[in-house]
Design a protein. Structure first.
Length: 83
């Protein structure tokens, strides 16, 4: 489970609250994590066979099942074959 670079990140749920004052701060609410959340919801991720840690508020998106990240915590590959 990847906790690196997550000390200054807001819980995922806060990044989707319009009145959260740091919603546009990409250090606090990384755009990539927000896009992955939207992907998960539009692809009916709650119905996936494997969705371990997806949308966990406090765990880096790099630890979500099927996501491969580089050393900078950027998503480089999605592996969702059984979903």
């Amino acid at each position: 489970v990847c906790y690196s670079n997550s000390l200054h990140r807001a819980p995922l749920m806060l990044c989707f609250r319009p009145k959260f004052d740091l919603v546009n701060n990409t250090e606090v609410c990384p755009l990539e994590r927000n896009v992955l959340k939207e992907f998960y919801e539009s692809a009916k991720g709650q119905e996936w066979t494997e969705n371990y840690l997806w949308l966990d508020d406090f765990i880096s998106h790099c630890s979500w099942h099927g996501i491969k990240c580089n050393e900078m915590n950027n998503t480089i590959e999605l592996i969702l074959t059984s979903n």
